[in-house]
Design a binder for this molecule. Structure first.
Ligand code: SF4
Length: 290
């Protein structure tokens, strides 16, 4: 028996994307919870997100680019210090000899934000906010919002930072699906439809925005309900089929995947769905009845 605590599941935007791409990948990540080695890109993203959260936690006059660069230096030092997150099972994710290049890359990503917005001109309503809610039909949802901005006039903007390259046009809808997922959670909890969803790509300073309407969010909610029903059904039967795609090239579980000659571990069973109160905030449907 493994030592993992089995806990009832809720749907996050990334696990929803996993199941859509490959049900077996969802199973191995969400149910078996097989550890995956963290990549340099992932830890770089974590460091940059931490810096931006700290930056926006400062008083506005203190959020200049020089202070941001100092925060990057501090965060990178902390990351490379013992217990700072760079070690995994006795192995380092980023070699110590690579520290300067890693720091320069993190600094460049943070500096790029200043070409997109001026952090000294506004204060977010929340950073790294963890939300738990459910759709009206009871699909449990959870996830972190990188940032929420609320204008004095009440408009809400949900912001997500990306440290990887912007997606090619064919994959933009997937990126926006994630944002609609966040908008739906926000609306279920606060009863307010975000005016704008914004993805900021710190690699090149580009961004994608979307102004969701109630109809689009109702469609997202229906998609998530259908997805969760399919996940629960697969969870009951244990049938999570592999679905190959170009993403297999980056999959950490090829050795366990029948599509690549591997054998998955014995199915540990469905851990159950997380129960979340559904009477959070009524959501009106376009056209009336819900
Ligand atoms: S290798 Fe491909 S098909 Fe197999 S689990 Fe990974 S993503 Fe799915």
């Amino acid at each position: 028996m493994g030592g993992l605590v089995r806990r009832p599941l809720a749907l996050s935007a990334s696990r929803a994307a996993d199941f859509r791409r490959c049900p077996l990948l969802y199973r191995l990540r969400a149910i078996d919870r097989i550890p995956e080695p963290r990549s340099r890109a992932q830890v770089l993203g974590t460091v940059v997100h931490d810096v931006l959260e700290t930056l926006y936690g400062l008083d506005r006059p203190d959020r200049g680019p020089a202070r941001a660069a100092d925060l990057v230096g501090d965060a990178v030092e902390a990351f490379f210090a013992p217990g700072g997150g760079n070690e995994e099972g006795g192995l380092v994710v980023v070699p110590h000899a690579d520290r300067d290049a890693f720091r320069a890359e993190a600094a460049a990503l943070v500096a790029t934000l200043y070409g997109v917005e001026d952090p000294q001109r506004f204060s977010p309503a929340a950073c790294e906010q963890y939300l738990v809610t459910a759709t009206a039909a009871g699909t449990p949802l959870h996830g972190y919002l990188d940032r929420v901005d609320v204008a004095p006039t009440g408009e809400v903007r949900v912001v997500d930072y990306k440290t990887g390259k912007p997606p090619r046009p064919a994959y933009r809808d997937e990126a926006m699906f994630q944002m609609r997922f966040y908008a739906l959670m926000y609306r279920r909890i606060h009863g307010v439809l975000p005016t704008q969803l914004k993805l900021i790509y710190l690699k090149d300073g580009s961004w994608l925005t979307l102004s969701p309407d109630a109809e689009a969010l109702a469609g997202t909610e229906a998609t998530l309900d259908a997805l969760w029903a399919a996940i629960e059904s697969a969870g009951a039967s244990g049938e999570f089929a592999p679905r190959t795609s170009r993403l297999c090239d980056w999959c950490a579980h090829q050795s366990l995947c029948p599509a690549f000659g591997g054998t998955p571990p014995e199915y540990p069973g469905w851990p159950g769905s997380r129960v979340v109160p559904v009477d959070v905030t009524p959501i009106e449907r376009p056209g009336g009845a819900g």
